[in-house]
Design a binder for this molecule. Structure first.
Ligand SMILES: [Zn+2]
Length: 409
């Protein structure tokens, strides 16, 4: 078999970062009548390029195949819309945008962000590949082109609509298979003195906080500032500033400009690069050891579940997020170790988790069956969910989070 090639520099990918085995696409929830059929599993084998250090999952699943996945992003939470509003306010002030400016957002979804741009009287355009979602944005009055972004599309859109002062790609960069072509698309959309912002889950946080359940097939690249700079440089873009955000367990927002017009880099760029070097992210060897950390975390979870079963205790799950599917499939947890899970999404209720076939019930199931332990799968929302589950303390339920370290409380 020929080795997969690095999507940034084209080298053979011979080094493993972590191998989570075979897993179905994490958003492929199953109906009852699908349980007796075959299910397609794909590798979750994450590599690191020994030439350019880009940590990446080969495109086992192409972008077009997971198209419908975008449907799940359509109803952003209140906190996400508020995040977008704060971003727009900060960008308008920082770049001095006004009625003469033009803003483009890539993966603009239903216009959750651009509505704030429009409300300030600034011309804007969305680029969104999912036709049904683009239609929702247009109905709200947000002009939207239905395309995947690449250099060709970016050039065409700029020729038709003009070049942009600001291009936002805040929830997409890590999720495009051809990341260099995408970055060239960003450059094609920009005026020579324009600015592009991207937001990426930060590899440093993934490693430090053991966020291996954020690894899934549509998450193609696991970026540091070191590698992000390299990708953008291929497209003629230079990072001039960076912010550390708390979203997705710890993200970076980079501000970049066409290289020939770039302003000097901020101290924050130097600081994040220093942090990454201290953590070893400037060498292949510095990335070693994560696979062992993941195995240990998996062992802790499985040991807990087996011990609970031997003691005659019952364990139910809370939540059915995509990340829970990475975790449970990797650990080989089935209904024998986790009776069921519950989710507030009526779409998921009555369905089954991909791969593990664990049933998803409405939250009321917890009060009916009174499990001894409740495993919180979206453990990043631990505080919020702990408050929601306060009523389960009545029957003495204890709550469990699997990561960053298994904890029963
Ligand atoms: Zn490479």
């Amino acid at each position: 078999m020929t080795a997969a090639k690095c999507r940034l520099c084209g080298s053979d990918l011979t080094q493993t970062f972590v191998d989570l085995g075979m897993s179905p696409p994490c958003e492929s929830y199953l109906e009852a009548d699908q349980l007796d059929r075959g299910e397609t599993f794909y590798p979750l084998h994450v590599r690191i390029c020994s030439s350019c250090l880009l940590v990446q999952l080969p495109a086992y699943l192409a972008g077009e195949d997971i198209f419908s996945h975008y449907a799940y992003f359509s109803s952003y939470s209140d906190s996400w819309v508020a995040h977008a509003k704060r971003y727009v306010e900060a960008a308008v002030e920082r770049l001095g945008l006004d009625g003469d400016s033009f803003v483009v957002e890539v993966a603009s979804n239903d216009g959750y962000l651009l509505q704030h741009v429009r409300d300030r009287g600034i011309r804007c355009l969305g680029i969104e590949p999912a036709a049904n979602i683009a239609e929702v944005a247009r109905a709200k009055g947000i002009d939207t082109v239905c395309e995947f972004l690449g250099e060709v599309t970016g050039t065409e859109v700029a020729a038709t609509h003009g070049k942009a002062d600001l291009v936002a790609a805040n929830n997409v960069f890590a999720h495009v298979p051809d990341i260099v072509d995408f970055a060239k698309g960003l450059r094609a959309l920009l005026k020579d003195d324009g600015t592009a912002t991207i937001e990426i889950p930060h590899l440093l946080r993934l490693i430090d906080d053991r966020l291996y359940d954020t690894i899934y097939h549509e998450h193609y690249s696991y970026l540091s500032l070191i590698t992000t700079q390299r990708v953008l440089a291929e497209a003629g873009l230079t990072v001039v500033d960076v912010q550390e955000l708390s979203t997705h367990g710890g993200s970076l927002r980079t501000w970049s400009m066409p290289t020939e017009h770039a302003t000097p880099q901020s101290d924050r760029v130097a600081q994040v690069l220093r942090d990454e070097r201290e953590a070893g992210l400037d060498t292949v060897a510095g990335h070693a050891g994560f696979a062992d950390v993941v195995s240990a975390a998996r062992d802790d979870l499985v040991e807990f579940l087996i011990a609970a079963r031997r003691d005659g205790r019952t364990v139910a799950g809370y939540g059915a997020p995509g990340k829970g599917n990475t975790l449970l499939n990797h650990a080989g947890v089935r209904e024998d170790l986790l009776d069921y899970t519950v989710d507030r999404s009526t779409f998921k209720q009555g369905m089954f988790l991909p791969g593990t076939h664990i049933p998803i019930h409405p939250p009321e199931k917890l009060a009916e069956t009174r499990p001894d332990y409740i495993l919180i799968l979206p453990w990043n929302l631990r505080e919020e969910i702990t408050a929601q589950l306060e009523y389960t303390r009545e029957w003495g339920a204890r709550l469990v989070v699997p990561l960053p370290r298994l904890e029963v409380f």
